[in-house]
Design a protein. Structure first.
Length: 84
């Protein structure tokens, strides 16, 4: 992610809003009128809201279905593999 320096942002804001630059809000410069930017922001929002891998959730669900933690299950499987 690239973040412009504050002075660069201030200059750009001055170019866009002129004398009203000091009163501009983020919403004024956020690009809500740009359909391509709106589509990009929607994609980013969907990506941010996507479920992510959660090891503790996995371990909880695994324990519910097997009755063992993943590490206990692995130890049990390794122990039974050695007895074959």
């Amino acid at each position: 992610m690239v973040l412009p320096g504050l002075s660069l942002f201030d200059e750009a804001q001055q170019d866009v809003f002129g004398a009203n630059a000091a009163h501009a809000t983020l919403r004024d410069v956020s690009g809500f009128e740009d359909p391509q930017l709106v589509a990009l922001l929607q994609c980013l929002r969907e990506e941010a809201e996507r479920p992510v891998a959660n090891p503790s959730h996995f371990a909880h669900v695994f324990r519910l279905h097997t009755g063992l933690s993943p590490s206990d299950y692995r130890r049990q499987r390794q122990g039974s593999a050695g007895r074959r």
